[in-house]
Ligand binder design. Structure first.
Ligand SMILES: NC(=O)c1ccc[n+]([C@@H]2O[C@H](COP(=O)([O-])OP(=O)(O)OC[C@H]3O[C@@H](n4cnc5c(N)ncnc54)[C@H](OP(=O)(O)O)[C@@H]3O)[C@@H](O)[C@H]2O)c1
Length: 249
């Protein structure tokens, strides 16, 4: 497995995954890095090539443009003649209050966090099922496990991605294609720059990347990362709705 597509390659978590996959695959890895900022993509690619001897190609795209995604994936597919591993990692953590007051903002955020993920997975699925191999890893969130008033614009999009992944996994299992749903908890990245990061629940991108790489290699279905989030979310999803709706979460 060495043709690696990373959509949202400038994300801090994606960069950590790329480095760890590069270390694993060494100079057999060929990366296709998709993102909005060409300079940052080039610098990530140069780092992968200088440190690990990998090949990297940058593809500039704004994932907001849903109608362009099939052509984007075809271009990525053609770069090295297929894709073995695809990580989908872009995302936008919105201001919940703004989404509640502005439908255009809710729709923009849902578009980038849910529909663009589905469009990428849809395009990859059509190609991977034909060659009967490949891995699609999509980064969801623990926020997608239960709707809360403080972040349901983001959470409902991540929840939709998780359900989409379940269906896709069921469809593609018999075709030899692996679908991994990644559910991180709180991760110290630019996305969470405004948060207070003290406390034991925060993880680094490297820790999260390690479990993503392990999930890809061992063909897991869904992972919570760090793993203790499975326990937290089991408790949260089991609180009866008549109690949950009264909580301030
Ligand atoms: N950090 C957390 O606590 C946390 C928790 C759970 C899940 N996640 C998920 O983990 C994934 C990675 O996030 P991160 O924490 O690594 O954050 P990050 O470093 O801020 O990365 C977010 C990335 O999304 C890209 N992006 C946003 N909108 C885009 C668009 N329309 N087109 C193309 N790229 C776009 C950004 O590109 P630019 O560089 O061009 O801005 C950036 O590379 C996301 O899906 C996020 O929702 C994060």
């Amino acid at each position: 497995m060495n043709k690696i597509l990373i959509v949202g390659a400038t994300s801090a978590i994606a960069q950590a995954v790329a480095r760890q996959l590069a270390e694993l695959e060494k100079d057999t890895a060929q990366f296709i890095l998709v993102g909005r900022n060409v300079d940052r993509l080039e610098s990530i690619g140069t780092d992968l090539s200088e440190r690990f001897g990998c090949v990297a190609t940058s593809v500039v795209a704004n994932l907001d443009a849903l109608d362009d995604i099939d052509a984007l994936i075809q271009r990525c597919w053609d770069t090295y003649g297929g894709v073995d591993i695809a990580l989908i990692a872009h995302g936008d953590l919105p201001d919940q209050a703004k989404c509640e007051n502005d439908w255009a903002e809710f729709s923009r955020v849902y578009n980038v966090n849910a529909l663009s993920y589905m469009a990428v997975m849809h395009a990859l699925a059509l190609r991977m099922e034909k060659v009967r191999q490949g891995t699609i890893a999509a980064i969801g969130s623990v926020a997608g496990d239960r709707g809360r008033k403080s972040n349901y614009a983001y959470g409902s999009a991540k929840g939709a991605v998780a359900i989409f992944c379940q269906g896709l996994r069921n469809r593609l299992f018999s075709k030899g294609v692996h679908v991994l749903t990644v559910k991180p908890g709180f991760v110290d990245t630019p996305m969470t720059a405004a948060f207070d990061k003290s406390g034991p629940l925060w993880a680094t991108p490297d820790v999260v990347a390690k479990s993503i790489v392990k999930g890809i290699v061992s063909k897991k279905n869904t992972i919570y990362t760090p793993g203790f989030w499975w326990l937290i979310m089991t408790v949260i999803t089991n609180i009866p709705e008549m109690i949950f709706k009264r909580l301030s979460l």
